[in-house]
Design a protein around this ligand. Sequence first.
Ligand code: CP
Ligand code: NVA
Length: 317
Amino acid sequence: MIQAEKFDTPFKGRSLLTWVDYTPEEILQILDYAFLVKKQAHAGEVHQRFLGKTIALIFEKRSTRTRSSFETAFGEEGGHPVFMSTDDIQLGGKESVKDTARVLGRMFSAIEFRGFKQEHVQQLAEYSGIPVINGLTDDYHPTQALADIMTLKENFGTLKGLKWAFCGDGRNNVARSLMVISAKLGIDFAIFSPKELFPPKDIQEICAPFAQASGAKIEISDKISVVKGADCLYTDVWVSMGEESLKDERTRLLSPYQVNKDLMKATGKTNTIFMHCLPAVIGQEVTSDIFEGPASKVWDQAENRKHTIKAIMLALI
Ligand code: CP
Ligand code: NVA
């Protein structure tokens, strides 16, 4: 049985709000833990590494994978997860985020937050005094990005020399998080999207020094040639949670950026894989033949959410 000491990282007690705050070495260390806990889970090992611990799971937005990952990964290790939707608690309404943070900090070992504002996950971290993990905000989805990196590595055996391309809404939380983690880890990353949906300057400026340090090439273009050489095409929904009123405009803008046979061919590679954070709208951002076809790794990716989230919790809590 692996001892808890094994996960005594120098960054225990820290929050994960975005990978911007982590060094490449720290990210890779958590990734190693993810491979370890996946192996243990597949071997049927049972551990109790969260025994006596509690985590508050706050969800302002819906979730299947993220909630299931946190809840099962924490619970099966002996911890007690408590799910709180905004129908259950007063967060940001009758009670400020700051006050909620101070109360939860007295009762829990950690907090997961999925919601709208990055500012709120930051406030929770600032005032709770316990590790806070970002389970998706309008700006970032860091736990997703680590699962995606894990899936890349599983498929290619290495991260070195790889290129992946995000196709679609280049300004969304998933695209931004993939840009950060790629820049940190030295993986070439392209965004293929219409100019109207290019990632804003702030995230490009955040990533530029990381990319320079790691050697990652970051490209943003509305030209299909940007996917050339990609080992993975990645997409996400055209309309993220909270943006439902923009559906018609997004469909008009993003239809030429759908992942389909032609786009896979435009990579110029025969072993390009397909990834999607899910949930997917088949027939919009991806065609059914690609989603259901042999290049699709979406179910491995979904499973890896659980292993990476367990690794993150073991490293931080
Ligand atoms: N990919 C992802 O975050 O899925 P859920 O919205 O189901 O949590
Ligand atoms: N960009 C999507 C990701 C869902 C996991 C959203 O925010 O709705």
